[in-house]
Design a protein around this ligand. Structure first.
Ligand SMILES: Nc1ncnc2c1ncn2[C@@H]1O[C@H](COP(=O)(O)OP(=O)(O)O)[C@@H](O)[C@H]1O
Ligand SMILES: O=C(O)[C@@H](O)C(=O)COP(=O)(O)O
Length: 424
């Protein structure tokens, strides 16, 4: 059987978030890192190609996404999904608009939705405005994001800045009337020349209805939430069995480490809580910029602790501290220095016996997964909404690693403490 749903995620934590949702909805799912060269395993219903294209130059992001789409089409997928962040992380240049438009053109379709709603994690949309918990996006911690600060909550406006096609809205009054009403509104928007519909959603039940309304769309774009509504479309058509065992993973042994490069508010709190429970090492960007060998220092330090308990290695800092560092080093250089250092530390921890690793932060996860040479991930049980455990798929006979790629803003305060229990 070939895969039904082919997904392109713009970062690696976003990829596992999406893949975890699909597994929860009963699709056997693998996440592939970058555009693969090998054929797809055959016991798979959905495939997620995870790119690191969220903050790349637009041209690169478009080219990589198109190349992923080509592979997914050759693999026989019937519907395609472009996954971006539930907080719509992007800048006025993109990359959500330009990538979505390039995929639409390649798939010869002139209409799609854009819906980052994820009610389970507090991301809801009303009148086109994205809320994070109780506040509009622009008042949430995302306004201080190191790479993609989000300062406008109105997604019709945000997407319109990045897109050539007209952006319209399917508001909650329509969504609450069900999938037929949503489809009617799609038709009306399309006739008025819109290429995108931002779709309101407040509750998980809305995701099912919106998913049903998108059954015939060649391309759907959104956060991981909307994907929850898509497997049922395949089931209705007799293409997908109920797969209660979709999340089963073999056990993975080994020592435990947490690598955190996210500066999001949820991660700041998780780091604080974990620091009270296990040994921690701070990676300071200024020391990195001075050329100090922080990587070796971190690995030497870890060697002294890791046999007894999990270790935490983090660059996570407050918005004020990040601003100071960025003012001194520049946004890009600061980000790259930290990502490279954390990735080298993660690579050094494997020969030290680490077999279970949590990485916090989307860009950070991208850097770590690349440094570890991971080709793909089999998706397993959920730790918290949007964060599943995964198991690495290597093609070089290396020992598999249990890896949890945690999106910056996801997870409960005690995430780094409790996650290991799900591996028992
Ligand atoms: N102390 C710090 N100063 C400056 N930049 C940092 C610091 N710690 C981490 N970063 C950078 O901030 C960015 C965080 O992005 P990311 O890993 O995607 O986290 P999130 O998932 O929270 O968005 C990365 O590029 C990381 O290297
Ligand atoms: O949709 C989401 O919120 C996540 O899946 C995601 O993409 C988060 O990205 P990072 O915050 O950069 O980890």
């Amino acid at each position: 059987m070939t895969a039904l749903l082919g997904c392109i995620a713009d970062d690696f934590t976003g990829g596992t978030d999406l893949a975890g949702m699909l597994v929860k909805a009963g699709m056997r799912t693998v996440q592939l890192i970058g555009v693969p060269t090998e054929p797809l395993p055959d016991d798979v219903d959905a495939v997620v190609i995870a790119l690191k294209s969220r903050t790349n130059p637009v041209g690169e992001a478009v080219a990589e996404s198109l190349s992923a789409l080509r592979w997914l089409r050759e693999a026989g997928c019937r519907q395609f999904y472009f996954k971006y962040c539930s907080t719509f992380d992007s800048t006025s240049r993109g990359n959500i608009g330009p990538v979505a438009e390039a995929l639409m053109q390649a798939l010869d379709t002139d209409f799609t939705i854009a819906c980052p709603a994820l009610p389970g994690n507090g991301r809801t949309l009303y009148k086109g405005n994205l809320f994070v918990g109780d506040v509009p996006l622009s008042e949430s911690g995302m306004r201080n994001h190191p790479l993609t600060p989000m300062t406008d909550a109105n997604l019709v406006r945000v997407l319109q800045q990045q897109a050539q096609r007209k952006v319209g809205l399917v508001d909650y009054a329509t969504v609450s009337r069900g999938d037929a009403a949503i489809r009617e509104r799609f038709t009306a928007l399309r006739q008025q020349g819109h290429g995108f519909a931002i779709v309101d959603a407040l509750f998980n039940a809305d995701l099912d209805v919106i998913g049903a309304a998108c059954a015939d769309m060649p391309l759907v774009t959104g956060g991981s939430g909307i994907a929850l509504g898509l497997p049922q479309n395949f089931r209705r058509r007799g293409l997908l069995a109920s797969n209660a065992m979709a999340e089963a993973l073999p056990k993975t042994a080994g020592l435990r480490a947490v690598i955190s490069g996210s500066c999001s508010m949820a991660t700041q709190r998780q780091v604080e809580v974990a620091r009270a429970s296990f040994p921690s090492f701070n990676v300071d960007p200024i020391r990195l910029a001075r050329g100090e060998d922080v990587v070796s220092a971190a690995l030497d330090w870890a060697g002294g602790h890791i046999a007894q308990q999990p270790v935490l290695i983090y660059a996570t800092a407050t918005p004020e501290a990040v601003r100071r560092v960025q003012a001194e080093l520049g946004v890009e250089q600061a980000g790259n220095l930290v990502e490279n250092a954390l990735a080298s530390i993660a690579r050094g921890l494997i020969p030290a016996g680490v077999g279970q690793m949590i990485v916090a932060g989307g860009e950070t996860s991208g850097a770590v997964v690349k440094a570890l040479g991971v080709k793909g991930l089999r998706i397993g049980p959920e730790i918290d909404p949007g964060v599943p455990w995964t198991r690495t798929l290597h093609d070089d006979g290396t020992q598999p690693l249990a890896l949890a790629l945690k999106s910056g803003n996801f997870g409960s305060e005690d995430f780094f403490l409790k996650a290991w229990d799900k591996l028992r």
